[in-house]
Design a protein around this ligand. Structure first.
Ligand code: HEC
Length: 619
């Protein structure tokens, strides 16, 4: 119940901070003020002065204050001294940081490391083949699961029931999409603990302690017999790890950080003994402060030797940033910068190419590699071609402020490719690349003609969380597109089209749409039907989770809703941790070995926090 009341106040804070308060929330104000920390205390004063501007409103990706509290004192302190908030806390003395952390933390929040040993398995883990591997279940990022690995068929869906739930201690989000073998589910977490859980019981086979949050999906290498061998993950501090999949023992670790704000969000791509690491950063948030010398992060890809972690090549989407004058408060500015790679790269083995999608520039002048699909030579990282679908996109968190000293003159539209390009084959055997953008546009590109656009369609109106945010999926005939269309981006075009949409691969002809408009008008995430997380398909069925926590199975033939669960509630967990589902975002559902697995809870952008992994199976 304690957790529940904190979540409740998280919701109230979101509601209270935005206009158009809903009727049902109005009576809850007393709870909010009881929960609120004593006004006028030194901690609250510091919070108001340095933190509230982002954390009271959920602006520029920030979690709400109530979501922060769930992390516990250690994680708040770590965020301020060495983590995500280092830049935002730079002006604070060590004592002020202590005061703030003590003030913000819920003293009873679960400590991740103290809880790591709960519910350990007996015996030793012996692995077989990966059944779901990598972010897109293939190097082509199709997100398709064949029947043989799914172990569930469409007719069995009525018997798909919750088997067990696992709670992530010290977490307000659960966004690392799992990888699965018959024996184990591998997933990262916000505390930095990485878990191997037993598929049947959810007991913990091993944990591995990364230095920072693991946001991505693990990539598993296999031995000559196809048995799972080494697991590769990246953390929020831009460290790459190779870990023994059976034991959790570290094989090597390598930092690929070359900027103080550098981070790894997307999953690693493994191909022929080499790892391709997508590079993004938090500098987009640092830019918020007018004293910050915005910006000089360079997005790109780092290629590493998978055996040793040794660097092989590095590709940057922008050259070294140059001085470009000062902002209105006299702070030096640099540019161009940014064009991060948020998602996992896609391999075209036939052409020896790697395809990546890029985001916007952080500072002016916008260059020719932002908001683009870029083809790189696997061997060297040299650019083969660039297909930029939106030119002149530069944006950062300062653009959301009233005074906007560091906002670049382009001021948007912030229409990244957050989803990786999909590579698949048409019925006639020709390869095709499919790319979905936060603008709401989807594109088919020809890899045989340097990415020439074959067709394009508007699937959604676009928004800061998409349009297409984290992904699409295909079974080789149809392209399935989840649309988020959260309001608020002035560049949005046309009506919102939240829901699932199907397109013919060859022609781009729309086949069907299952529109699910937001059910209430307020800016409240519990009402958001937005499909921001990527969909996943198996024969006949598409699985997708929404920002309101609803998890659905759609018929791939017509979009009929076959199965629904509301994950936005409390769950009893096998490891005894208080856990709750919330927004489903960033990682998608995974179907493997007769199980449907989804991580629920996502605190960023003021969405609904949560810390649970849900494992459904056929009864
Ligand atoms: C310019 C906006 C901004 C300001 C100012 C700011 N934050 Fe944040 N904060 C963010 C964003 C955005 C995130 C989410 C980062 C992410 O996870 O990608 C975040 C995340 C956090 C987290 C979670 C860390 C984690 O591990 O996920 C904590 C704790 C936090 N902030 C505390 C603070 C405190 C305390 C202050 C005041 C000293 C502060 N922040 C000021 C934007 C801000």
């Amino acid at each position: 119940m304690r957790l529940f009341s904190v979540y409740l106040s998280a919701l109230i804070l979101v509601v209270a901070s935005l206009s158009g308060c809903g009727q049902q929330e109005a009576g809850s104000e007393t709870i909010a003020s009881e929960q609120a920390n004593v006004a006028g205390s030194p901690g609250e004063e510091l919070y108001k002065k340095h933190c509230a501007v982002c954390h009271d409103s959920g602006a520029s990706e920030a979690p709400t204050k109530a979501a922060i509290q769930l992390g516990g004192i250690e994680s708040i302190r770590a965020a301020l001294t060495s983590g995500v908030m280092k830049e935002q806390a730079a002006m604070l003395t060590p004592i002020e940081i202590r005061i703030l952390a003590d003030h913000l933390a819920d003293p009873t929040a679960e400590n991740a490391l103290a809880n790591a040993d709960k519910n350990r398995c007996e015996g030793t883990l012996s692995l077989s083949k990966p059944l779901w591997n990598r972010w897109g279940n293939s190097k082509r990022n199709v997100r398709f699961q064949p029947s043989v690995n799914a172990g569930i068929s469409a007719v069995e869906l009525p018997n798909l029931k919750l088997k067990w739930a696992f709670g992530f201690p010290g977490a307000a989000r659960a966004r690392s999409q799992p990888a699965v073998t018959q024996e184990a589910i591998f997933t990262g977490s916000q505390s930095g603990l990485f878990y191997a859980l037993d598929t049947k019981t959810g007991c913990v086979w091993w944990t591995f302690e990364a230095e920072a949050e693991v946001r991505n999906a693990p990539t598993i290498s296999t031995d000559a017999k196809g048995i799972a061998k080494t697991l590769y993950i990246g953390d929020f501090d831009a460290n790459v790890y190779a870990v023994d999949a059976a034991t959790g023992t570290l094989i090597w670790m390598r930092s690929v950080k070359d900027h103080p704000a550098g981070t790894i969000t997307g999953s690693l791509t493994l191909h022929q003994g080499r790892l391709y690491v997508p590079m993004s950063s938090m500098e987009i948030v640092n830019a918020y402060s007018s004293e910050y010398e915005c910006c000089n992060f360079r997005g790109g890809v780092a290629a590493l030797d998978a055996k040793t972690g040794d660097p092989v090549w590095r590709f940057y989407t922008v050259d070294e940033a140059q001085k470009v004058g000062t902002n209105s408060e006299g702070t030096q500015n640099y540019g161009p910068s940014g064009a991060p790679v948020w998602s996992t790269p896609t391999v075209d083995a036939k052409r020896g190419l790697l395809y990546v999608g890029t985001g916007e520039n952080y500072s002016s002048p916008a260059n020719d590699k932002s908001d683009a699909i870029i083809a790189l030579h696997l061997d060297t990282g040299a650019v083969k071609w660039v297909q930029q679908t939106i030119a002149g996109d530069a944006w950062n968190a300062a653009c959301g402020r009233e005074a906007r000293p560091n906002c670049p003159k382009e001021d948007g539209p912030d229409f990244d490719f957050g989803a990786p390009p999909i590579l698949t084959k048409l019925a006639n055997g020709d390869d095709i690349i499919l790319a979905g953008q936060k603008s709401g546009m989807i594109y088919a590109m020809d890899p045989a003609q340097n990415g020439k656009i074959l067709w394009q369609k508007r699937a959604g109106m676009g928004g800061f969380n998409g349009g297409v945010h984290w992904g699409m999926a295909t079974d080789g005939k149809t392209l399935f597109v989840g649309i988020a269309d959260t309001p608020g981006n002035r560049f949005a075009t046309g009506p919102a089209r939240q829901g699932m949409h199907a397109y013919d691969l060859q022609s781009g002809t729309p086949l069907w749409s299952k529109l699910e408009p937001d059910v209430c008008e307020e800016m409240v995430h519990k009402c958001r039907t937005a499909l921001s997380a990527p969909p996943t398909i198996m024969p006949g069925v598409i699985f997708a989770g929404a920002l309101n926590g609803i998890l659905r199975a759609y018929s791939s033939d017509g979009g009929e809703i076959l199965w629904t669960r509301d994950t936005r509630r409390e769950f009893a967990t096998v490891n005894g941790i208080d856990a709750r589902g919330g927004s489903i975002d960033s990682g998608g559902p995974v179907v493997a070995g007769g199980l449907l697995i989804v991580n629920s809870g996502y605190d960023k952008f003021g969405q609904i926090p949560g810390n649970v992994m849900l494992v459904y199976g056929i009864e």
